[in-house]
Write a protein that binds this ligand. Structure first.
Ligand code: AMP
Ligand code: MG
Length: 405
């Protein structure tokens, strides 16, 4: 059976960044720039007053000055400043020619409408002035390719005039749950039935990762129905199917995916929970192949596989990462814990702000309620582990989940 690392490598061989698209800036939050962006303006576009006050010639020592105009942000100065004169300026206003410093209004006193006395007559040149182009200059690269567009980048791009941008699109992801036993949250399960938790789990985990899921109707364990639903799901860049990938007689998902044109890359990984994981691809003429993950039906198994394999793959498609790798963090164990080994285990746990990890009681891959406090998955070696309090360990963070206070 493949190890987790081997399986990750295989996923990595098929996951590649999606072809760039052009979109408007307002739709770009969270996406990754496909090209660098250069500014089409200087910022500030003119020498800018950074205080409300009076624009002066810094070397002038006259205690009083004649006010020749008032300049607000948005105005254009009309007259140059010479020794003995000044202009009233508001924060953000362009400075008139000749002005080399701003004396703040708090350090001045009006003598009359046209005259001001300066309490500070020798400001250093440049005081309270932001020179044209100090922040960025026209033609300068202000955001490199590969940058994720967050609120700060969004603002810089707006200032730079990047109204339309080339970005890596958000991968589209279809979610298909399968199983005759499944009913929705609106229904009371009859004999033999359970509620569908994988659907809400994956859909919301995709939203937490800033991916856009589309949910297919839940499929019954009938080959033809699963083939048809899989074909619909393959319109997306990534198809996630849950259930039907273990060894039971109704585990029809691998056969249904094969009939829908998906080429199997691997089935089963030496992972606990998550052994039945299935992975395949559908090559495309243009761009990287569509990826298909058959996730185990047991919710915790599916969730672990989702965070170990699907999230890293999506990050590559979305241009957020260069390769499919686990982001392991280092922490310490809060208490004692023993794992007998067998398969490599990624066990739900809680990590606090000091990177101390609490491995709490949990009843296995179907125990969803038992992991409601989890915010990480602790890696436990296949050779077995005996942890004492304070021992070092590694974990994968579950982003956006139980961040703690
Ligand atoms: P399977 O892989 O289809 O044999 O499913 C393994 C276990 O996961 C069974 O106990 C299923 O009832 C359960 N299961 C499958 N799909 C879901 C789902 N969408 N929500 C909750 N439990 C599920
Ligand atoms: Mg099933």
């Amino acid at each position: 059976m493949l190890t987790v690392d081997e399986a990750l490598q295989l996923v990595g061989q098929h996951a590649a960044q999606l072809a760039p698209i052009r979109i408007r800036l307002r739709d770009a939050l969270g996406l990754v720039l496909a090209d660098e962006v250069t500014s089409d303006v200087d910022s500030p576009p003119y020498n800018k007053a950074m205080m409300d006050g009076f624009a002066v010639v810094a070397s002038d020592r006259s205690p009083t000055r004649t006010i020749i105009e008032s300049i607000m942000a948005g105005d254009v100065p009309r007259r140059p400043i010479r020794p003995g004169t000044t202009a009233r300026v508001m924060t953000g206003a362009p400075l008139p020619d000749g002005a080399t410093a701003v004396v703040p209004v708090e350090q001045t006193e009006l003598v009359d409408d046209r005259t001001v006395r300066l309490e500070w007559i020798d400001p250093p040149p440049g005081k309270h002035i932001m020179p044209q182009g100090l922040s960025m200059s026209s033609g300068q690269c202000i955001a490199a390719a590969g940058r994720r567009i967050d609120s700060i980048t969004m603002a810089v791009l707006a200032e730079a005039g990047a109204a339309v941008l080339s970005v890596v699109p958000r991968p589209t992801v279809s979610v298909l749950t399968t199983g005759n036993e499944l009913v929705s949250v609106d229904e009371r399960p009859a004999a033999g039935q359970i509620r569908n938790s994988n659907g809400p789990l994956l859909t919301s985990a995709l939203c937490e990762g800033d991916y856009a899921p589309s949910v297919l109707p839940s499929g019954r364990d009938e080959l033809d129905e699963l083939v048809e639903l899989a074909q619909q799901g393959l319109e997306a860049d990534v198809l996630l199917v849950t259930g039907g990938v273990s060894a039971g007689v109704k585990d029809l998902v691998p056969a249904a995916l094969a009939q829908a044109g998906v080429q199997q890359v691997f089935h089963k990984v030496a992972l606990k929970p998550g052994k039945p994981l299935w992975f395949g691809i559908v090559p495309r003429e243009h761009g990287p192949p569509r990826l298909v993950f058959g996730l185990p039906g047991n919710p915790v198994s599916g969730f672990v596989c989702f965070h170990l394999f699907v999230i890293p793959a999506l990050a590559v498609l979305a241009g957020r990462a260069d390769s499919v790798v686990l982001r392991l963090s280092k922490g310490t164990s809060m208490g004692e814990f023993a794992y007998g080994g067998g398969r490599e285990m990624f066990r739900p746990a809680y990590v606090d702000a000091q990177q101390r990890v609490e491995i709490f009681p949990w009843h296995g891959s179907a125990d969803l309620a038992g992991m409601v406090r989890a915010n990480c998955l602790v890696r436990l070696s296949e050779t077995g582990v005996e942890l004492a309090a304070g021992d070092r360990l590694e974990y994968v963070r579950l982003p956006g989940i139980n961040p703690g206070k």
